[in-house]
Design a protein around this ligand. Structure first.
Ligand SMILES: [Fe+2]
Length: 374
């Protein structure tokens, strides 16, 4: 049986002030927001809430060590609602703090104890990428296991996902590029997932259309086009979140996680590195059905021929976010076998959604191809 659901209530507001008035975070609330977000958007308006900046607990994308550091810093302090205002990684961390028990977090991710929701959870994205605000998934780097892992559980759904386009203003180019490409890949991987349904594919296509049209406009008119479309990009990333929250992501994400964990490459950029090679590998093994439909759709969006569609899309993405061969990120050729082992043994949740089964040799072949060539 295939199912489709959107669990959080989706609240749409125009400005941060409207959000603060509506939700009034204050005493008894736990708020996750980086120092930068606090300064840019929230300046002193969080009342007596307990505010956590996860960057005080470690560098880069979140790890089990950061989460345990925050648990220790809270020292058993009680709280009511949990808010997260930030990028997908902050949202993913905050989801864990809405649970009754989250530590030891490595055990939680390995399902050694159940996830039980204990606090209302309000998620407010400040990037247009992860769609985390509408999914039941939290991704964390588990340092002991040497990879990122996803925990998918109904207890991780937000109660409310709040969309405020104003929060996207002033995003650095690379953060915008990585997050919007991540959203595009969510829409593509969910479209070709065997778990997709007519409902999820509708959200995938709407996201894909808006993001590719947005990238073409940015290619032509630069930042002005991006700023004019920040509300559209935010909606598109939420559509893509709804699509992959139901149909799942697949090998592009699975192969990107060892790179992200080992070389601290931002999530969207690591996905961009894997994107073309994974779809070429699918295409070589079986080109039909949903994969052929996807290519025809991209062909129409770009107004090109079917053979040129994917290379043209990749050239467009490179203008939004230039990427490098794996060697350029500091990966050693000897690491590729280890990356492959991690994918095959730890990323079964994602690899189950591949359009065509990819074997260990296929995965190693993709990494080898990307080693010298981006
Ligand atoms: Fe992603």
């Amino acid at each position: 049986m295939k199912t489709f659901q959107v669990v959080p209530e989706i609240c749409m507001l125009s400005t941060v002030d409207e959000f603060l008035k509506e939700f009034a975070p204050g005493e008894n609330d736990l708020v996750f927001a980086s120092r930068g977000t606090q300064k840019r958007h929230l300046g002193g308006k969080l009342g007596a809430a307990t505010v956590i900046d996860y960057r005080e607990y470690g560098q880069g994308e979140p790890t089990d060590l950061m989460v345990e550091g925050i648990v220790a810093a809270l020292g058993g302090k009680t709280y009511d609602r949990v808010f997260a205002i930030g990028g997908g990684t902050i949202l993913d961390v905050a989801k864990l703090f809405a649970l009754e028990q989250l530590s030891p977090v490595t055990d939680l991710y390995q399902k050694k104890f159940p996830a039980k929701k204990a606090h209302p959870l309000i998620l407010v994205p400040t990037t247009c990428g992860t769609g985390s605000e509408v999914t039941n998934i939290s991704i964390l780097e588990l340092t002991k296991l040497g990879t990122k892992m996803g925990l998918a559980d109904a207890a991780l759904y937000a109660d409310q996902a709040v969309l405020v386009p104003e929060l996207l203003k002033g995003l650095p180019d690379r953060v915008f590029g990585a997050s919007a490409i991540d959203a595009l890949i969510h829409s593509v991987e969910s479209y070709t997932s065997p778990k997709s349904t007519p409902f999820s594919r509708t959200f995938s296509l709407r996201a894909m259309d808006a993001i590719i049209a947005g990238f073409l406009a940015i290619e032509k008119d630069g930042l002005a086009a991006r700023e004019a479309r920040q509300g559209t990009f935010l909606l598109a990333s939420t559509y893509a979140g709804i699509a992959f929250g139901n149909a799942g992501c697949a090998a592009v994400h699975a192969l990107s996680y060892p790179l992200g964990a080992a070389q601290h490459v931002p999530h969207g950029e690591a996905n961009a590195v894997m994107f073309a090679a994974v779809y070429e590998a699918y295409k070589k093994k079986r080109y039909d059905g949903r994969l052929a439909e996807l290519m025809q759709h991209i062909t129409t969006l770009l107004g090109t021929s079917e053979d040129d569609a994917f290379p043209q899309l990749m050239a467009l993405l490179d203008k939004i976010l230039p990427k490098k061969p794996l060697a350029g990120y500091g990966v050693k050729e000897a690491d590729l076998k280890d990356y492959t082992d991690i994918v095959m043994t730890k990323q079964g949740r994602l690899m189950a959604n591949n359009y065509v089964e990819l074997t260990e040799d296929d995965v190693l072949g993709i990494y080898q191809k990307l080693y010298h060539q981006s």
